[in-house]
Design a protein around this ligand. Structure first.
Ligand code: PA5
Length: 418
């Protein structure tokens, strides 16, 4: 189970308790919302589709050196977050990511990495019409057809999209691609535990049963009254009311970089509307203590930090022994690097608290499938409760359309004025 801690100060107990009570009232509303399908997903998912995901993942590992995962935003960040947080692929197939920008340079890099290796495509788009993945899909599909022929290519394309509509859905039906469904009642940024995330994660050799079990255990702890997720949601809202309008998710494990990106999308897209919301930012420490650390310690006092903590110690590399002490590290000789990393984390929290930064802690057991499943669910529930407490709809994203409309106008897309 994920724990939430607040180190104290700035917010008083009475107002905190009142806000927690308010956040708790939104659990039922989240569950009943038309976009609340993710709430019971860990115990109520499509078991047949889940089996098919595992079967397809095994086939990909037999016939593909690479799986090119094409998608953007909620159709991309979740699986990359989990695969990278677990230290990367464990099976034969390596995962490549495309369609998450319109950069020709980025796409050329993926093509170069692919070389002439065997590959398959996992194209994910709920709407089936998003430009970035559609452009990349055209390109990799062409490469696939040139390599394996029309029929062979169709057997290597896996499409995750709407059950009944959209360009991708229609093409998948016409060409006979194997398809998976993004349920109507689950928005992109809450969809990592559907085929959107699970196919890539399973193809990377990661145990999706255990990931789901972790999410289910977390759900069991939160479903009655929001548990620790309601506490975190309440604290974010109280701090915002006191003009702490930037939250920095701080992680001491570089492999959490994409987890931080997933978290930023989750909270940014869910809460940043109606001119409201906490701006979500992130750091990987201790790396960023040497870049953003100065600002956090002494810059404008409008930010708070949420540290992701690992309960278990990791036995790995120790500080090397040396015959002399020219570098002054003798006092650390033989110590686990992980224990030093944890001390750096504690020291950072203490220094930042002393510098006037409210510090929150989210504690997970360790880095494995179960803990990550729990962490995903914890943040999803926290975000939904936090959004309703803030007074916004945490499941829509009307602002995402603005740039698209202007881009289509400038590109001269039929039906758009330029
Ligand atoms: O969370 C969201 O809803 C968005 O980030 C979408 O996932 C993103 O815009 C991609 O949309 P689609 O899956 O329709 O291609």
């Amino acid at each position: 189970m994920i724990e939430f801690k607040y180190t104290g100060g700035i917010v008083n107990e009475e107002e905190y308790q009142k806000k927690i009570d308010e956040a708790r009232t939104y659990v039922a509303r989240v569950e009943q919302d038309n976009f609340g399908g993710w709430v019971n997903l860990p115990i109520n998912y499509d078991k047949d589709e889940f089996k098919r995901i595992k079967k397809v993942a095994a086939k990909i590992n037999e016939d593909s050196d690479y799986l090119v995962c094409i998608g953007i935003g909620g159709s991309y960040l979740g699986h990359r977050a989990i695969i990278e947080a677990l230290g990367g692929e464990r099976g034969h197939t390596k995962i490549l990511y495309a369609g998450n920008s319109l950069s020709a340079r980025a796409l050329e890099k993926v093509i170069a990495q692919l070389g002439d290796a065997d590959f398959s495509i996992n194209v994910i788009s709920k709407s089936g019409t998003t430009t970035e993945p559609a452009v990349a899909f055209r390109l990799f599909k062409k490469m696939l057809i040139e390599k394996y022929g029309e029929e062979g290519a169709a057997k290597r394309i896996y499409a995750t999209t709407d059950a009944t509509k959209g360009a991708l859905h229609d093409e998948a039906i016409a060409k006979g691609y194997e398809t998976f469904v993004v349920p109507d009642n689950i928005g992109g940024r809450y969809s990592v535990l559907t085929a959107v995330g699970l196919l890539a994660i399973a193809a990377a050799g990661i145990n999706i049963d255990t990931l789901m079990d972790g999410a289910a255990e977390e759900r069991a702890g939160l479903i009655s009254d929001g548990g620790a997720a309601a506490e975190y949601a309440a604290m974010r809202n109280l701090l915002l009311e006191k003009d702490y309008n930037i939250e920095i998710l701080a992680n001491f494990e570089p492999q959490f970089m994409y987890f931080n990106e997933w978290w930023k999308q989750l909270f940014g897209e869910s809460e940043g509307k109606d001119h409201k919301g906490v701006y979500p930012a992130s750091v990987i420490d201790s790396t960023d203590l040497h870049s953003l650390g100065q600002y956090i310690q002494q810059g404008r006092r409008n930010l708070f930090e949420t540290f992701v903590e690992l309960r278990e110690d990791y036995a790995g590399i120790k500080v090397a022994e040396a015959v002399d002490d020219l570098d002054g590290l003798k006092y650390l000789e033989g110590r686990e690097l992980d224990s030093i990393n944890k001390i750096a984390n504690a020291a950072t929290r203490e220094a930042h608290i002393a510098g006037g930064v409210p510090v929150l802690e989210v504690v997970m057991p360790t880095i494995d499938e179960r803990s990550l499943g729990a962490l995903l669910y914890f943040f999803e529930m926290s975000c939904a409760l936090s959004g309703f407490t803030l007074g916004v709809n945490p499941f829509d994203q009307p602002g995402v359309e603005a740039y698209k409309t202007r881009m289509f106008e400038l590109l001269g897309k039929p039906g758009y004025n330029n």
